[in-house]
Design a protein around this ligand. Structure first.
Ligand code: FES
Ligand SMILES: [Fe+2]
Length: 372
């Protein structure tokens, strides 16, 4: 609430403390990130049995690995003996098992306890019962989505529902064949801002004319300040003289074969709460995953995905990548600039949303409801 009554054009934002208070962040970790489906790793990054990656989800370290049967599994990265963190590296490959560096309890790729010093002398220890704590995992769009909740929310309704709601139908995203695409480029951004700043920024385009000269050149309607996410099913159209979604409007690469005429020469942006952005253009897909690490720090992994033959051909993707890389840098700089003021007395009661940002109010309501 702001001190004065707001005119109808303006809505109140969350208060500044929402972006800085460690207690609020801890609640968000427990009630949002450890409760919802979280886009953890790109499936193809774990190529064969034993390949693993560790990621932070909420306050937990999570180990995602490929089993001998070729399927992905997710476990809490915590040894069941005395709690040592099992894997300390971010990525790697083990031959057949994960061995705890402390007392050598050893777990199979399926999480089962397979060996420990003197384990044969403890025949009453059930090897599944004392295996790694297994988490729910579902693959979609070529990514492994993990849920820490005992009873996860419906994947259909939450994750797929967000995409359907934005694009107007369930088939629209299938056209891009995202799970068959290859990684052309990945850039990690260590952003000194609260995760909600990054979502709010992504949801509005009021800032586009000010900070995104290259993007508004390619998508002239963005200069008007209405984000593509403002209207259901709407894609922002490329400018008349624009050949492709590149930093200088030059030709892109091969169009994804499933993209329809209606989707051609358009950009669609989707937010899948709480931490994923999907950006669709005719010749590639850009997918952001957010890993909130602290109230004022969020790691963002951004993947640029193209047809496998385009990536294999070694074609120059730099102008294609450069457009959204610049957008990312421009956005994250703006988020960091706001983060600096979140504990200012001037922002104690928050700020305001103009009409083209009013839909961010729905996001704030969602956050409030989830934390209540
Ligand atoms: S804490 Fe892992 S084996 Fe003891
Ligand atoms: Fe932006």
């Amino acid at each position: 609430m702001t001190a004065i009554d707001l005119p109808p054009s303006l809505l109140a934002t969350l208060p500044g403390s929402s972006y800085t208070d460690p207690a609020i962040f801890a609640r968000e970790q427990a009630k949002i990130f450890e409760a919802d489906w979280f886009c953890a790793v790109r499936s193809a990054d774990l190529a064969g049995p034993g390949a693993f990656e560790t990621v932070q989800i909420g306050k937990e370290s999570v180990l995602v690995s490929r089993g001998r049967d070729g399927k992905l599994n997710a476990f809490l990265n915590v040894c069941r003996h005395r709690g040592a963190r099992l894997c300390t590296s971010e990525t790697g490959t083990v031959k057949r098992a994960f061995q705890c560096p402390y007392h050598a309890w050893t777990y199979g790729l399926d999480g089962k306890l397979i060996a420990a010093p003197n384990l044969t002398g403890m025949p009453d220890v059930d090897r599944t019962e004392f295996g790694l704590t297994k988490l729910h995992l579902q693959e979609w769009l070529g990514y492994a989505w993990v849920c820490l909740a005992d009873e996860p929310p419906s994947f259909e309704e939450t994750v797929i529902g967000a995409v359907t709601e934005r694009l107007g139908g369930p088939a629209e995203i299938d056209a891009y064949g995202i799970d068959g695409l290859a990684l052309g480029k990945r850039i990690e951004y260590d952003v000194k801002a609260n995760w909600k700043q990054i979502i709010e920024n992504f949801m509005e385009c009021y800032h586009c004319a000010t900070i995104h000269p290259e993007l508004t050149e390619v998508l002239p309607e963005f200069a008007d300040g209405y984000a593509a996410q403002y209207y259901v099913g709407h894609g922002a159209e490329f400018g008349g003289d624009i050949k492709g979604f590149t930093v200088d409007g030059s030709e892109g690469v091969d169009r994804l074969p499933g993209v329809t005429e209606a989707q051609d020469r358009k950009y669609y942006a989707i937010t899948i709460k709480p931490g994923v952005f999907v950006n669709l253009v005719p010749d590639h897909v850009i997918l952001h995953r957010m890993f909130p690490l602290a109230p004022d720090r969020t790691l963002v992994r951004c993947d640029w995905l193209y047809l496998p033959e385009v990536v294999e051909s070694g074609r120059d993707l730099s102008r294609s990548v450069e457009l959204f890389h610049r957008v990312n840098l421009q956005d994250f700089e703006a988020c960091e600039r706001c983060q600096l003021a979140m504990d200012s007395r001037s922002y104690a009661r928050g700020g305001v949303l103009v009409p083209s940002e009013h839909h961010i109010g729905a996001f704030h309501d969602w956050v409030r409801t989830r934390l209540s």
